[in-house]
Design a protein. Structure first.
Lengths: 412, 412
């Protein structure tokens, strides 16, 4: 008799975005006219054309595959050297981070990597996650049995929640209890907040002192516009001893549909067996990837490499300037409407407090029905997200401006 | 203190193919001249140009991404409808299998899927694997803690090995003990054997009677040339109640570097909780994929779809005819050399018995040094693979002919 993984039955009914999709589908089914006016600022998905540098490189790579002399079959599971080296030279050397090409693992997405990284960890770890948080961190821990029962407020037993609120600038205080794995994401999804050098130093020092590991999601680092904000956890001294970093081309080069990301596992990073022996994690992740993954599509890797060419960099910057321009428009519209607004300066997300007493799914329904705008309810990101909503700046300029007008027209 | 997954420390030192790569690298370093003559028949990786139908479709899809009007960001995690429907119409309907598009999950590879499928199963399952076997099945079970200690002969405690030998035509007999998950792969990697209808009926009946689940790897089904050989487990009545099927475009359309595959999880397929309640597995896999995966690159899915166009089918057939032509040449060369030869008729692999008393890694080294040909030692696929070696037919025609000549020239 085949047994299923019962942890899956502990998962909450809907992953956030499918639930949004369901409500939007119902709305558009019942309101054909309003549906035509619908503007989606819910899921954080890019909308603008893929950079020509990436397209040209992808097509050239496809042509290479058309000639048996230049054909390539299975690539290295960890990614081609050309891309790993381009990442070192363009993403880490300029920051002064000493990351080597073989510490970089190319993958098909940060969602995959932030989920699959749990494969190499044991089940005795105490997991700390910020609240609100990207739901994948929680759900993947539920799936592999790292959590207990669901509580009445929707939180999961066994996790240590680190609340992020205006009072701490959305950067959590150190926990009172011992934790072993700590998820941090800066610039943050969903709050749009950044962590300062001194805040990250506090966390790195804490992790090193406790032999804990920080899982640092830097998927939005390209949106940092202000000086003095760290782009990588490895800018902090000692982070190579205690942190894995996840980065992606999704929001950087508009690759959400093309699929390419990378994860840095430093060779200095150790974890323990139950009897207290310390082992490097790099060979474990290398083994995981070479056994359960077969590398990223060759044309996709060439496309990602081209984002670091002179033309590619210019096009990436144009994309980011565009989305951040939207963010400014949306931020200001919310401020003018008298709402408390966070983020949107170093991130493509604006995090807005609902008017006093309004719950976030209630606000979701109001925005959908009254403004025909899809946002993401804060409660979908965790208990501490209740009373907030997230607006995504990934849109056309015309749509961002129209959303700003509709926000202005709403009765708050 | 962060704990690692100690199951990884139970893995044998080298995954088979990295070990081959290491020996070949040593050889080429020490024998520059002979290295130039080296012909690789080791890893089962395609060598010929990617079909033009796929290339054209991929490039057109890349162009679509260059226009914001036709741009696509995140696709459905389970794959685009156009590809799922093309698979139903071209891979299943002609066989009379009633598989629906939403039972098909598009992925970036069968290696990923055969590994990740264990995510949705519990840890109390008794796992049966054929021997010899594709190493990923074993290693992924080791990684997630489904096995015990490594035995002296290299086998893993806790697994039920099903020996495949000439005496059973490389199709295992039913096990005497109870098993819950059963890995079957036909046409088989590494033996090149097929399973007949009646053999698969025996297994499906056994699985249904025991509420066990068959994990059926059909990655090589496109190589079946003989009539009367089942292409899919779903050709067997009742298989939708007891089997998951894995298929891939890797060896079908030459996609090893492009990355696209699919897994069928029928809606009728149930598994049990520990208290004996039966649940469908389809929602678990759907949840797994939507949480830990983000869909296959859009241009890649368009490329895969194009393999089912009229031109695509023709080109795929030409590829397969080419590789099977090589298989015939290699098969006949081994037969002429007086060796016992299996496979190579409905599969791109030839499975050859080593001369009396010669071990398979010893034969690997002899072939490398004397013929400058890389093969795969049977022992790398399991205990029952000792005394055999695998020759891959993925090569140019000239190389296959040259390998045949070198086999003829060797002293057996």
């Amino acid at each position: 008799m085949a047994f299923l993984n019962e942890n899956y039955l502990k998962l909450k009914a809907g992953y956030l975005f499918p639930e949004i999709a369901r409500r939007v589908a119902n709305f558009t089914y019942e309101n054909k006219e309003a549906a035509a006016r619908l503007i989606r600022c819910g899921i954080g998905d890019v909308t603008e054309a893929l950079p020509a540098a990436a397209r040209d490189a992808m097509k050239a790579a496809v042509d290479e595959l058309g000639d048996r002399g230049t054909f390539r079959g299975y690539g290295p599971e960890q990614g081609y050297g050309f891309l790993r080296e381009a990442i070192v030279a363009n993403a880490y050397e300029p920051l002064g981070c000493k990351i080597t090409a073989d510490e970089i693992f190319i993958s098909d997405g940060s969602k995959c990597d932030t989920g699959s990284i749990l494969d190499i960890f044991g089940h005795r770890n105490r997991i700390a996650i910020t609240d609100p948080v990207y739901p994948v961190y929680v759900d993947t821990n539920v799936m592999c049995g790292n959590t207990g029962d669901v509580q009445e407020d929707g939180s999961h037993g066994g996790l240590v929640y680190l609340p992020c609120r205006p009072s701490n600038n959305f950067v959590p205080r150190l926990p009172a209890e011992k934790v072993d794995l700590i998820y941090l994401c800066y610039p943050n999804n969903p709050t749009g907040a950044t962590a300062s050098f001194s805040e990250l130093v506090t966390w790195v020092d804490f992790a090193r002192a406790n032999q804990a590991i920080i899982l640092f999601d830097a998927a939005y680092e390209a949106y940092i516009t202000e000086p003095g904000v760290p782009h990588s956890i490895y800018e902090i001294e000692g982070a190579k001893d205690c942190a894995i970093e996840f980065r992606s081309f999704s929001k950087h080069g508009g690759f959400t549909g093309v699929r390419c990301a990378y994860t840095v596992v430093p060779k200095d990073l150790l974890a323990s067996t139950e009897d207290g022996k310390r082992h490097p994690l790099h060979p474990l992740w290398a083994r995981r990837q070479s056994t359960k993954f077969n590398g990223v599509s060759y044309p996709v890797q060439r496309g990602a490499e081209a984002l670091f060419s002179e033309q590619g960099k210019k096009e990436v910057q144009e994309l980011i300037t565009h989305y951040l321009g939207n963010a400014t428009i949306l931020r200001e519209a919310c401020i003018k409407a008298g709402l408390d607004v966070y983020g949107g300066i170093n991130a493509p997300y604006i995090w807005v407090a609902c008017p006093e007493g309004v719950k976030s799914w209630e606000l979701f329904d109001r925005m959908l029905n009254e403004a025909n705008v899809v946002i993401t309810p804060g409660a979908g990101f965790g208990t501490a997200g209740e009373g907030y909503f997230r607006i995504s700046a990934f849109n056309s300029r015309a749509n961002a401006e129209e959303v700003a007008r509709r926000i202005a027209a709403m009765k708050w």
